[in-house]
Design a protein around this ligand. Structure first.
Ligand code: SF4
Length: 265
């Protein structure tokens, strides 16, 4: 399926509910589908939808070595409760090895490099090695200005010889939609979402959301960075570059006083 055909499908899907989009992807890419999830927000909604359909789609968790203890515990509990097949994707270097080679606190000195080493490169390698042809993530247009233009389906070049269809079933959902799903299904959610955090990534780069700011306003505070890179490193095949987002960084998820965001970064 080329990018023009995908665009036609994607436009049709604007009126579909997310579950129907997921089912389409499952049928279209049997055994070649994977999802990324950081367990901080709306990714858990998509994981729950996959669980409801009895799939064993691999759920890739980017194990940066800098996650909150609460994230790791919640991930374990959520995965066990719903029988999810979670794969911890590891960077090439441990945190200790990275610090020996590049010094401590790289996340302060060069967060783009830190994200590249601990998120982007491990993910792109995993997508290629696992033969993933469709990559599901919980990006939403209402999360931030950098995500306004995402389409439900997008064709991306993630490596010189490897393309994937990015699938964004929640693209046109709002934080309120996500929260409604969590309430309707009685889903557990990340405990820090009740503590003022609206988007949860690595602890050195995550603070509570800024009052009045978007849900990713607590990510990389004080830095000119809003994305970790996992959604901007690839080349969108229709000619645009830098992924489906406005590149400046890259990543993941959230909820605030009743709102959730995406999972991936
Ligand atoms: Fe490093 Fe921060 Fe990126 Fe995590 S979010 S990989 S700690 S720069």
């Amino acid at each position: 399926m080329n990018s023009s055909e995908l665009a036609v499908f994607s436009n049709q899907m604007e009126s579909w509910d997310p579950e129907r989009v997921l089912l389409w992807a499952l049928e279209r890419f049997p055994g070649q589908l994977a999802m990324t999830c950081s367990f901080g927000g709306a990714g858990t909604v998509l994981a729950h939808m996959l669980h409801r359909h009895g799939t064993d789609v691999p759920i890739l968790f980017l194990d940066t070595g800098f996650h909150f203890a609460e994230t790791l515990q919640f991930k374990r509990e959520f995965a066990a409760r719903f029988g999810l097949r979670v794969i911890d994707v590891q960077p090439a270097l441990t945190v200790a090895e990275q610090e020996r080679l590049l010094g401590a606190h790289l996340y302060d000195r060069d967060p783009d490099l830190c994200c590249r080493l601990r998120k982007v490169e491990p993910l792109s390698r995993a997508l290629v090695e696992m033969g993933v042809k469709a990559w599901v993530s919980a990006l939403r247009r209402d999360q931030s200005a950098t995500r306004r233009q995402i389409q439900i389906l997008e064709l991306h070049q993630v490596a010189p010889d490897h393309q994937v269809v990015k699938v964004h079933p929640l693209a046109n959902w709002t934080r309120r939609d996500v929260w409604r799903y969590i309430e309707r299904h009685g889903l557990p959610y990340h405990p820090l979402l009740d503590d003022g955090y609206a988007s949860i990534g690595c602890w050195p780069c995550t603070e509570r959301a800024v009052p009045g700011g978007d849900e990713r306003s607590g990510r990389w505070p004080g830095k000119n960075k809003t994305e970790c890179g996992i959604h901007t490193f690839s080349r969108k095949v229709d000619g645009a570059t830098g992924g489906s987002l406005k590149a400046d960084g890259v990543d993941s998820d959230a909820v605030d006083a009743g709102s959730v965001s995406t999972d991936t970064g």
